[in-house]
Design a protein around this ligand. Structure first.
Ligand code: KIV
Ligand code: ZN
Length: 385
């Protein structure tokens, strides 16, 4: 089975979510949990952005022993020096350099011709080489870059000494077949491509970040970048837990998997949500509160007979206790009876039917019927009889 490397950027791209600001201790706490989760690489921040970010990256670099620690840098000497400073003490340091390559960014942001972009990126990679063995280079906005120019940029990065070339769909513009085709084209056309790892970095502006990352895997990507809970700029980044569980659940299809400790997924998600203040939507795949909850009678009946009827993965795999059967107006007698048994009530059919009728009346008025509500219904019924 081919291994897919997991590059976590919760502490860098994730922290770029509007309103999120992690202090040094919080960064270290998340990094140590990511280490337990078994991610291969942790992008800890952008040291040139502020002295606080440099200190945060350094604290992570010194605390984490079992993952490569990465600092982001623009293709400028001062940024590279800042990453060098920040990664002192790291067991396995790596620099992540980027420079935009798309026509829109070249014209409006960089005001550079293609030749200047190539020369600037090459000079930065060669400068970084004096400090680092591991260098990742990202052609920012690769998703909107001409394919032939992207091949040229990738070939240049390999010649200059990059060890990973990352393809960012910076604005979440592409669809899976277009994004997959970039990887196929690079693999088929760039001289020396077998010497480096190819990586995918997607954003979720059109809700396609996970699908695009998986399309990259199908077309030969070695590494997926993303964040826990999919947090990040605008609509966010690829959700790592989604990619990892898709690979795990559909190994038959992808023939590739990560080496993550899956049982740490739920804990990591909760920690990131707590420290960033970014609430996970209930219906979020894998880690949302409803991802393993069943409300309708038909589904609950199926679940009580055999869990695989309505669950393609088990909650225990990601470190949760169990699936939830939520009682509401769509629930049936089978789930209701199970609930009563769970709560320690042993009722004859007549009492059960009478209580079930009362429950349905209540469920019509109330979204979620709690254990307290059910207890009250039973007490009321017992008093009547
Ligand atoms: O989305 C992006 O282009 C980035 C780069 C810095 C890799 O985050
Ligand atoms: Zn990004």
């Amino acid at each position: 089975m081919r291994k897919i490397y997991i590059f976590d950027t919760t502490l860098r791209d994730g922290e770029q979510s509007p309103g999120v600001n992690l202090n040094m201790q919080e960064k270290v706490e998340i990094a140590l949990q990511l280490e337990k989760l078994g991610v291969d690489r942790i992008e800890a921040g952008f040291p040139a952005a502020s002295p606080g970010d440099l200190a945060g990256v350094n604290a992570v670099a010194r605390a984490v022993k079992n993952a490569s620690i990465i600092g982001l840098a623009r293709s400028r000497e001062q940024d590279i020096d800042a990453v060098h400073e920040a990664l002192k003490g790291a067991q396995d340091p790596c620099i992540h350099l980027f420079l935009a390559t798309s026509p829109i960014h070249r014209k409006h942001k960089l005001r550079m011709e293609k030749e200047q972009v190539l020369a600037t990126a090459e000079a930065a990679i060669r400068y970084a080489k004096k400090y680092f063995d591991k260098i990742e280079f990202s052609p920012e906005d690769a998703g909107r870059t001409e394919l032939d120019f992207l091949c040229e940029v990738t070939a240049m990065a390999i010649r200059a000494g990059a060890t990973v070339v990352n393809i960012p769909d910076t604005v979440g513009y592409l669809n899976p077949s277009e994004f997959g085709n970039i990887f196929k084209t690079l693999k088929e056309n760039v001289v020396g491509i077998e010497k480096i790892q190819l990586s995918a970095h997607c954003h979720d502006d059109l809700g396609m970040a996970t699908a695009n990352a998986l399309a990259a895997v199908l077309n030969g990507a070695d590494q997926i970048e993303g964040t826990i809970n999919g947090i990040g700029e605008r609509a966010g980044n690829t959700s790592l837990e989604e990619v990892v569980m898709a690979l795990e659940t559909r190994q038959d299809f992808f023939q590739a998997k990560s080496s993550l400790v899956l049982g740490e997924i739920a804990r990591t998600s909760r920690l990131v949500s707590k420290l960033t203040g970014m609430v996970v939507p209930g219906n979020k795949a894998i880690v949302g509160a409803n991802a393993f909850a069943h409300e309708s009678g038909i589904h609950q009946d199926g679940m009580l007979k055999e869990k695989t009827t309505y669950e393609i993965m088990s909650p225990e795999t990601i470190g949760l206790k169990d699936s939830k059967l939520v009682l509401g107006k769509h629930s049936g007698r089978h789930a209701f009876r199970e609930k009563l048994v769970d709560m320690g009530y042993d009722m004859n059919d007549e009492l059960l039917n009478a209580t079930f009728a009362k429950f349905k009346d209540l469920a019509d008025k109330k979204k979620n019927v709690t254990d307290e509500d059910i207890r009250a219904l039973i007490e009321e019924k017992l008093i009547e009889t």
